[in-house]
Design a protein around this ligand. Structure first.
Ligand SMILES: NC(=O)c1ccc[n+]([C@@H]2O[C@H](COP(=O)([O-])OP(=O)(O)OC[C@H]3O[C@@H](n4cnc5c(N)ncnc54)[C@H](O)[C@@H]3O)[C@@H](O)[C@H]2O)c1
Ligand SMILES: C[N+](C)(C)CCCC=O
Length: 520
């Protein structure tokens, strides 16, 4: 049963049903149970045929176990790939406009069920419901954008001598594998499936074992919208399942979002099968604040660059370079605003920072802060564990967002990706000096600059060795703009027209209109 777009304010019961059979829930933290299978194949939720080790899935806000998910083995991975192969035969033969209509319907359903999907995401990831709703908006916008492109994908016609001619066809690759990280589970799946499906491919997606829940809903939505059964499949599991997917001979492409070490392994596996890869990896991005910047915007930008999703964001501008003239004023204001961030139950409307993904990760972030202090950095605020008053949250993974002063470029907290709410402030004196220091990293995902000087802004971003640059803002995400890294942050692009290149291949056809002039 499909609700129309005008039924946004559905009564409670149908809205809960819209969550699908996988979740029986109320809207409160600490009450969710996940009962149904989280694998999805041939248009239905399934238990994996050879599900091995069980992965515990946590609710970061409370530390409760939401469910235990079996990791898919070789047989299940093969069944998912075969299911995608069968659907590919149908989908790849449909016209771009036909694909467009189905994808628009999927985007419409996501939009209609935005709050429910965002609730799932918050429960499984720990980010605030406020942010999760934005993630879901970006997700349906992504499908809408690629639906729009699907109808206009085309090749070229090239005139040759004597009336002969050539043309190119933009063809899909086949079965694409998507492997996701845990920080943006639903959005990552949309960023990969949007361009993949628009180009006529099928997909098998493996989310992070920490966040397996919401992507199954995406699979159901694609089916409801009318994709051939098996076009979008979900297998659950960790590294072993991911390896089986990457090594499967019928997989034509791998799109990976995750850490640099895993990205290297993926590339090695892809090399053995000559498979194209997209790697969306980590970062340690610079944000440069010049003294002529609008201070209010620069402070807001620095917070946006560091504290979304508890700081667990690949493109975060965690090295905040501040021109020495405004160091004190800027730092004071940043600290003041950081201390005001409302931490707590992520499902409450006024919460702006929820819980980190799990206990080991929280400990790791705490370890970075301890080491920063040992190396001489000064904790200007936060960095300690946060225990909410609400007793049901006492085992959740909370910490106070942290601003570090007195940082030096060679400190671990300035060199390594922490992937938590930790901002390092670094003073600078000249443009030349700050560019040198900003680029002195193995990463190259993002970078930003705040200044009122338009020439300086463009000069600085042109010199930054990073794939995604922001001028006078940070971490906004219009789906029309390509996103991806330089250097160790990976290659390939998601979003924008550019992503089409990574999910399609060109076939050239040369047509002779005269006789064959043979050499023999
Ligand atoms: N550039 C981007 O767009 C982007 C976006 C989000 C996260 N990230 C990065 O992701 C990292 C955090 O995510 P994570 O901890 O989930 O990363 P991770 O590399 O540990 O895991 C990512 C995914 O890879 C799978 N995996 C692990 N080992 C594998 C193997 N050997 N073969 C195949 N698959 C394997 C995991 O199960 C998971 O699904 C950070 O470094 C962050 O910067 C990058
Ligand atoms: C939507 N953001 C905030 C730009 C994050 C993109 C994905 C990186 O982790």
């Amino acid at each position: 049963e499909k609700a129309s777009a005008g039924e946004a304010a559905l009564p409670l019961l149908p809205r809960l049903r819209a969550l699908g059979p996988g979740l029986a829930m109320s809207s409160a933290t600490g009450t969710v149970t996940v009962q149904q299978p989280l694998n999805y194949r041939a248009g239905a939720r399934v238990q994996p045929t050879d599900g091995g080790q069980l992965e515990e899935v946590f609710e970061p806000a409370t530390g409760r176990v939401l469910c235990k998910v079996p990791c898919s083995g070789e047989k299940e991975v093969d069944l998912a790939v075969q299911s995608a192969k069968a659907a590919f035969k149908i989908w790849s033969q449909m016209s771009g406009m036909e694909r467009c209509r189905v994808m628009l319907e999927a985007a419409r359903i996501i939009r209609e069920q935005r709050d429910e999907i965002a609730t799932m995401e918050t429960i499984n990831n720990g980010k605030s419901i406020f942010e999760a709703r934005v993630d879901i908006d970006i997700s349906w916008q992504c499908l809408e954008y690629y639906a729009g492109l699907a109808g206009s994908l085309a090749g070229e016609h090239i005139q040759l001598p004597g009336g002969s001619f050539g043309y190119t066809r933009r063809e899909p690759l086949g079965v694409c594998v998507g492997i996701g990280a845990w920080n943006y589970p639903f959005q990552i799946a949309c960023w990969k499936s949007g361009p993949a499906l628009a180009c006529g491919n099928a997909m098998v997606f493996k989310p992070s074992p920490f966040t397996p829940i919401s992507v199954v809903r995406l699979a159901e939505i694609f089916t409801e919208a009318g994709v051939p059964k098996g076009l979008f499949n979900v297998v659950q599991g960790g590294a072993a399942t991911g390896q089986l997917l990457c090594q499967h001979p019928d997989v034509a492409k791998i799109s990976f979002t995750g850490s640099v070490p895993t990205g290297m392994k993926i590339m090695e596996m892809a090399a053995k099968g000559i498979k194209p890869v997209t790697l969306e990896l980590g970062g340690k991005s610079p944000l440069i604040i010049f003294s002529d910047a609008d201070l209010e915007n620069a402070v807001k930008g620095a917070l946006m660059a560091n504290f979304l999703t508890q700081g667990e964001v690949c493109c975060n501008g965690t090295r905040v370079f501040v021109e020495r003239k405004i160091l004190d004023t800027f730092t004071k204001e940043v600290v003041k605003r950081t201390q005001k961030i409302k931490i707590g139950d992520p499902l409450l409307e006024d919460t702006r920072m929820g819980a980190l993904i799990n206990r080991p990760h929280l400990n790791r972030v705490q370890g970075f802060i301890k080491q920063a202090k040992e190396q001489g950095a000064e904790v200007l605020c936060g960095g300690d564990l946060y225990v909410p008053d609400d007793p049901k949250l006492k085992n959740g993974y909370y910490m106070r967002p942290c601003v570090l002063g007195n940082c030096k470029d060679d400190m671990t907290c300035v060199k390594e990706e922490i992937f938590g709410p930790v901002m390092a402030i670094l003073p600078f004196d000249t443009e030349e000096e700050v560019l040198e220091r900003a680029n002195a990293t193995k990463f190259g995902l993002a970078g930003g600059v705040f200044t009122r000087d338009i020439q300086k802004a463009h000069r600085v971003v042109a010199a930054l060795k990073a794939g995604m640059c922001f001028i006078n803002n940070y971490n906004v995400s219009p789906v029309e703009l390509p996103f991806g890294g330089y250097k160790f942050s990976g290659f390939g692009r998601e979003n924008g027209r550019a992503a089409i290149e990574y999910y399609s291949q060109l076939k050239t056809v040369c047509v002779e209109m005269g006789d064959v002039e043979s050499v023999f």
